[in-house]
Design a protein. Structure first.
Length: 168
Protein backbone atom coordinates (compact mmCIF):
# COMPACT_ATOMS: atom_id res chain seq x y z
CA UNK A 1 0.00 0.00 0.00
CA UNK A 2 1.35 3.43 -0.92
CA UNK A 3 2.18 5.80 1.91
CA UNK A 4 1.27 9.42 1.29
CA UNK A 5 3.91 12.12 1.71
CA UNK A 6 1.65 13.80 4.27
CA UNK A 7 1.47 10.63 6.38
CA UNK A 8 5.22 10.14 6.06
CA UNK A 9 5.88 13.70 7.21
CA UNK A 10 3.36 13.41 10.05
CA UNK A 11 4.98 10.16 11.16
CA UNK A 12 8.47 11.70 11.01
CA UNK A 13 7.39 14.72 13.08
CA UNK A 14 5.79 12.47 15.69
CA UNK A 15 8.85 10.19 15.70
CA UNK A 16 11.10 13.17 16.35
CA UNK A 17 8.90 14.45 19.17
CA UNK A 18 8.62 10.97 20.69
CA UNK A 19 12.33 10.14 20.45
CA UNK A 20 13.27 13.52 21.92
CA UNK A 21 10.82 13.03 24.78
CA UNK A 22 12.38 9.62 25.46
CA UNK A 23 15.84 11.13 25.83
CA UNK A 24 14.38 13.81 28.10
CA UNK A 25 12.85 11.16 30.36
CA UNK A 26 16.22 9.37 30.37
CA UNK A 27 18.04 12.60 31.27
CA UNK A 28 15.55 13.30 34.04
CA UNK A 29 16.07 9.81 35.44
CA UNK A 30 19.86 10.21 35.29
CA UNK A 31 19.58 13.52 37.13
CA UNK A 32 17.20 12.27 39.82
CA UNK A 33 18.69 8.82 40.45
CA UNK A 34 22.38 9.23 39.66
CA UNK A 35 22.81 13.02 39.97
CA UNK A 36 24.15 13.22 36.39
CA UNK A 37 23.75 16.75 35.08
CA UNK A 38 22.19 17.26 31.68
CA UNK A 39 22.94 19.85 29.04
CA UNK A 40 21.22 23.11 29.87
CA UNK A 41 18.85 23.88 27.04
CA UNK A 42 18.89 27.47 28.27
CA UNK A 43 22.52 27.61 27.05
CA UNK A 44 21.43 26.16 23.71
CA UNK A 45 18.81 28.92 23.49
CA UNK A 46 21.43 31.51 24.40
CA UNK A 47 23.65 30.17 21.60
CA UNK A 48 20.82 30.44 19.06
CA UNK A 49 19.81 33.89 20.29
CA UNK A 50 23.35 35.22 19.79
CA UNK A 51 23.30 34.13 16.15
CA UNK A 52 21.23 37.04 14.73
CA UNK A 53 23.99 39.39 15.94
CA UNK A 54 26.52 37.30 14.00
CA UNK A 55 27.97 35.51 17.04
CA UNK A 56 28.18 31.79 16.32
CA UNK A 57 31.26 30.74 18.32
CA UNK A 58 31.86 31.47 22.01
CA UNK A 59 34.69 30.90 24.46
CA UNK A 60 32.09 29.57 26.88
CA UNK A 61 28.31 29.71 26.66
CA UNK A 62 27.87 30.02 30.42
CA UNK A 63 29.75 33.32 30.37
CA UNK A 64 28.02 34.67 27.23
CA UNK A 65 25.52 37.46 27.75
CA UNK A 66 22.09 36.28 28.87
CA UNK A 67 19.26 36.53 26.36
CA UNK A 68 15.58 36.99 27.11
CA UNK A 69 13.63 33.81 26.43
CA UNK A 70 16.75 31.65 26.11
CA UNK A 71 15.27 28.71 28.01
CA UNK A 72 12.13 28.58 25.87
CA UNK A 73 14.18 28.96 22.69
CA UNK A 74 16.57 26.23 23.85
CA UNK A 75 13.81 23.76 24.58
CA UNK A 76 12.07 24.56 21.29
CA UNK A 77 15.36 24.13 19.42
CA UNK A 78 15.95 20.80 21.18
CA UNK A 79 12.61 19.44 19.94
CA UNK A 80 12.92 21.01 16.47
CA UNK A 81 16.36 19.42 16.05
CA UNK A 82 14.87 16.07 17.08
CA UNK A 83 12.13 16.49 14.48
CA UNK A 84 14.67 17.50 11.81
CA UNK A 85 16.77 14.42 12.57
CA UNK A 86 13.67 12.21 12.38
CA UNK A 87 12.66 13.70 9.02
CA UNK A 88 16.20 13.09 7.73
CA UNK A 89 16.01 9.49 8.98
CA UNK A 90 12.67 8.83 7.27
CA UNK A 91 13.92 10.40 4.04
CA UNK A 92 17.09 8.29 4.23
CA UNK A 93 15.33 5.03 5.12
CA UNK A 94 12.25 5.53 2.98
CA UNK A 95 8.66 4.69 3.74
CA UNK A 96 9.46 0.99 3.86
CA UNK A 97 10.98 1.50 7.31
CA UNK A 98 7.79 3.25 8.47
CA UNK A 99 5.78 0.25 7.33
CA UNK A 100 8.07 -2.19 9.12
CA UNK A 101 10.30 -0.41 11.66
CA UNK A 102 13.51 -2.14 12.78
CA UNK A 103 15.75 -1.18 15.66
CA UNK A 104 19.28 -1.38 14.24
CA UNK A 105 18.98 1.27 11.51
CA UNK A 106 17.32 3.62 13.99
CA UNK A 107 20.00 3.19 16.67
CA UNK A 108 22.73 3.46 14.01
CA UNK A 109 21.23 6.69 12.76
CA UNK A 110 20.93 7.98 16.32
CA UNK A 111 24.63 7.32 16.84
CA UNK A 112 25.39 9.11 13.57
CA UNK A 113 23.58 12.23 14.81
CA UNK A 114 26.20 12.63 17.57
CA UNK A 115 28.35 14.23 14.86
CA UNK A 116 26.25 17.41 15.23
CA UNK A 117 27.08 18.10 18.89
CA UNK A 118 30.65 16.78 18.57
CA UNK A 119 31.59 18.89 15.54
CA UNK A 120 29.19 21.83 15.64
CA UNK A 121 27.53 22.59 18.98
CA UNK A 122 30.30 21.71 21.43
CA UNK A 123 33.02 23.63 19.55
CA UNK A 124 30.71 26.62 19.00
CA UNK A 125 29.80 26.72 22.69
CA UNK A 126 33.44 26.73 23.77
CA UNK A 127 33.76 23.06 24.72
CA UNK A 128 36.03 22.11 21.82
CA UNK A 129 35.66 19.36 19.24
CA UNK A 130 34.14 16.29 20.91
CA UNK A 131 34.04 18.19 24.23
CA UNK A 132 37.85 18.19 24.38
CA UNK A 133 37.84 21.39 26.48
CA UNK A 134 35.14 20.25 28.89
CA UNK A 135 36.06 19.36 32.50
CA UNK A 136 35.59 15.63 31.79
CA UNK A 137 35.88 15.00 28.02
CA UNK A 138 35.55 11.21 28.13
CA UNK A 139 32.46 11.41 30.32
CA UNK A 140 30.92 14.05 28.04
CA UNK A 141 31.61 11.94 24.95
CA UNK A 142 30.09 8.81 26.47
CA UNK A 143 27.03 10.77 27.63
CA UNK A 144 26.56 12.34 24.17
CA UNK A 145 26.95 9.02 22.35
CA UNK A 146 24.61 7.25 24.77
CA UNK A 147 22.00 9.99 24.48
CA UNK A 148 22.09 9.90 20.69
CA UNK A 149 21.93 6.09 20.59
CA UNK A 150 18.91 6.38 22.88
CA UNK A 151 17.43 8.92 20.47
CA UNK A 152 17.73 6.26 17.76
CA UNK A 153 16.10 3.67 20.01
CA UNK A 154 13.41 6.28 20.66
CA UNK A 155 12.80 6.59 16.91
CA UNK A 156 12.13 2.86 16.80
CA UNK A 157 10.01 2.75 19.96
CA UNK A 158 7.96 5.76 18.86
CA UNK A 159 7.49 4.21 15.40
CA UNK A 160 5.73 1.13 16.73
CA UNK A 161 2.53 2.85 17.92
CA UNK A 162 2.71 5.86 15.59
CA UNK A 163 3.07 3.87 12.38
CA UNK A 164 0.35 1.44 13.47
CA UNK A 165 -1.93 4.37 14.35
CA UNK A 166 -1.30 6.06 10.99
CA UNK A 167 -1.72 2.65 9.28
CA UNK A 168 1.55 3.01 7.42
Amino acid sequence: MAVSPVNSLAAAVMLGLGATAIIDVWSLMLAKVFRVKSLSFCLVGRWFLHMPAGRFVHEGMASAALRRGECAVGWAAHYLIGVAFAIAFVVFMGVGWLQSPTVLPAVGFGLLTVVFPFLVMQPAMGLGVTASRSPAPAKARIKSATTHALFGLGLYLAALPICAWLKL
